[in-house]
Design a protein around this ligand. Sequence first.
Ligand SMILES: Cc1cc2nc3c(=O)[nH]c(=O)nc-3n(C[C@H](O)[C@H](O)[C@H](O)COP(=O)(O)OP(=O)(O)OC[C@H]3O[C@@H](n4cnc5c(N)ncnc54)[C@H](O)[C@@H]3O)c2cc1C
Length: 310
Amino acid sequence: MDENWDCIVVGGGAAGLSAALVLGRARRRTLVIDAGRQSNAVAHGIGGLLGHDGRPPAELYELGRGELAAYPTVEVRDGEVVAGEADDGRFTLQLADGRTETAKRVLLAGGMDYRRPDVAGAEERWGRSVFHCPFCHGWEVRERALGVLDPGPMGAMRALMLTMWSDDVTLYTDGPAALEPADAHRLHAAGIPVVEHAVTGLRGPGDDLEAIDLADGTSRPLGGLLLPVTLHQRSPLAAQLGAEAAPPSPIAADALVLDAQSMTSVPGLFAAGDLGASMPSVANAIAAGSNAAAGVVHSLIADRHPLPAD
Ligand SMILES: Cc1cc2nc3c(=O)[nH]c(=O)nc-3n(C[C@H](O)[C@H](O)[C@H](O)COP(=O)(O)OP(=O)(O)OC[C@H]3O[C@@H](n4cnc5c(N)ncnc54)[C@H](O)[C@@H]3O)c2cc1C
């Protein structure tokens, strides 16, 4: 079916569902298309979200979809947008199932890929005892032996940060450390050892961690490990639609440039959540989705009631 929606929201995670709620309450014809692979889906719970602290992520998305069901102008569809085109204020999106949908506005909320160092034993513990964000998962591993595996220039800062959650923190550099003297001094003053041996793997029962194995044949106790991540766009969709990406930052390789209304460099194309890469969190994604939806509604009002020419 070819329909002209007020807005198509690409992605039904925290940002997309939050945006759809605002759009539905504003009575805008809204289609949410969601591939159902939210970045935190594997996590034990959402740490630090007021009202839902510790709730399993899938439950939050289910609740969000449930709330949207009350709004007759909103349709949430499982599926994937595989290509898109912007043509003078009209957007055409191709879906994986072969359908085409058109809209006056598109709101990109597809999240980002979190790329992390490849360590044996990390995958099955990701979002649990192995994590990138201590604000999200530090509480669950508090007071254990904690590690940071980071050969980069931010490793020292990350290790110092973990001292909020434990007095027993080690920085693993997976090879010779290239620390600035000031960082080496800070680590020493904080009692954080630096282990330079290559890391060969992680061990522990189930999701838990017990030890980190090193190339010299030794291992050390470990109850939680922070891995650094960089966020990358999941698909070329934003680029196909013409949206400009920001230069790489310590958080994201290619976040989208957004204005105060969450509009990208393409008129009528909005974005929210991790794609805008402020500090990535569910709370920020919800706020960003809400802001972007308000931006969409304001821009639709301007279509209907243009400002008089000077
Ligand atoms: C392992 C892990 C654990 C985390 N834990 C926490 C935590 O405890 N607390 C916290 O606050 N934050 C946490 N975060 C960060 C948080 O999950 C993200 O900041 C937040 O989910 C971003 O929301 P989003 O809506 O932008 O993207 P996502 O939640 O990733 O949702 C995007 C959705 O869009 C879909 N999608 C993508 N492309 C398309 C397409 N082309 N067509 C259709 N659908 C598409 C995806 O499949 C997905 O369902 C964690 C992140 C990770 C990686």
